[in-house]
Design a protein. Structure first.
Length: 268
């Protein structure tokens, strides 16, 4: 017997999937897109064919990631709209220069650039501290920042508040997988959830104290305990798939002792 053909999802099926993922009714989507609910229904059932402009409008209203907007366009019979260039492509020079400036400017504190599935794209020299003592197999390309954060032989083995940080990162990863419909994130979530940490109670709930502002990363580093928090930045107006999926995570000292340790580490 020959191989079974894989049936591609239709535009209507994809549209319905994104509408339901965003928890939006046909009527609500119709109002936001300035069309009739009947037309939205006909698009989902295949009784009507969308124009190129209609696909763009519906995707915008549903906040569909650029990668999946291209899929919607192709399912509707149109060519993809958004290019997907390599980070090292000549056209990406302006993006690379911006990233390099941000990474260098954040020294002596760590900063990394990651893609849609948290694979490392770039890092400043201070971020090397997260890779010290990590097994070589975890540092093979592509290096995954989430995996480094929770693997018991990497940062997961050094986090003094592992239970709280793990719960936060897994929740963040699960939400990203749901919002983006990226199966790779769901697989990564399942992998990280399976890690075991002998002697560590993972059921400890973090109850913020009266003086808490942020959940810190409390990391054992030599004979010191470093306390850090992070911020994440993205490009504001991307029209390239790769650029839309890049994120810059910067690590900041949570106290003066940590700031001093990071400054000292950066000295020749």
């Amino acid at each position: 017997m020959g191989a079974l053909a894989v049936q591609e999802e239709t535009f209507g099926e994809l549209l319905r999937s994104w509408r339901q993922r965003r928890r939006v009714s046909q009527l609500d989507l119709a109002i936001e897109a300035d069309v009739s609910a009947r037309h939205v229904s006909f698009l989902e059932t295949g009784r009507a064919r969308p124009s190129r402009e209609m696909v763009m409008r519906l995707a915008e209203e549903l906040d569909v990631p650029l990668r999946h907007r291209n899929r919607l366009m192709m399912a509707a019979g149109f060519a993809p709209v958004y290019p997907e260039r390599e980070v090292l492509a000549p056209e990406m020079d302006v993006v690379r220069r911006a990233l390099d400036k941000i990474l260098a400017g954040h020294e002596p504190y760590p900063a990394v650039v990651v893609d849609a599935v948290w694979n490392l794209v770039a890092a400043n020299s201070a971020a090397a501290m997260f890779m010290e003592g990590v097994p070589a197999e975890l540092l093979q390309e592509p290096i995954n920042v989430m995996r480094l954060s929770l693997h018991p032989q990497a940062m997961g083995g050094r986090l003094l508040n592992l239970a709280e940080v793990r719960a936060h990162l897994l929740q963040q990863l699960r939400r990203q997988a749901e919002l983006s419909a990226d199966g790779r994130l769901a697989e990564l979530h399942d992998e990280l959830s399976s890690y075991t940490y002998p002697g560590v109670d993972l059921n400890v709930a973090h109850v913020p104290g009266p003086g808490d502002i942020l959940l810190p990363l409390r990391v054992a580093y030599g004979d010191r305990v470093l306390s850090m928090f992070t911020t994440i930045a993205t490009f504001g107006t991307p029209v390239d798939v790769t650029v839309s999926e890049l994120a810059i995570e910067t690590f900041w000292p949570g106290d003066e002792e940590t700031a001093a340790a990071l400054r000292e580490r950066s000295r020749p």
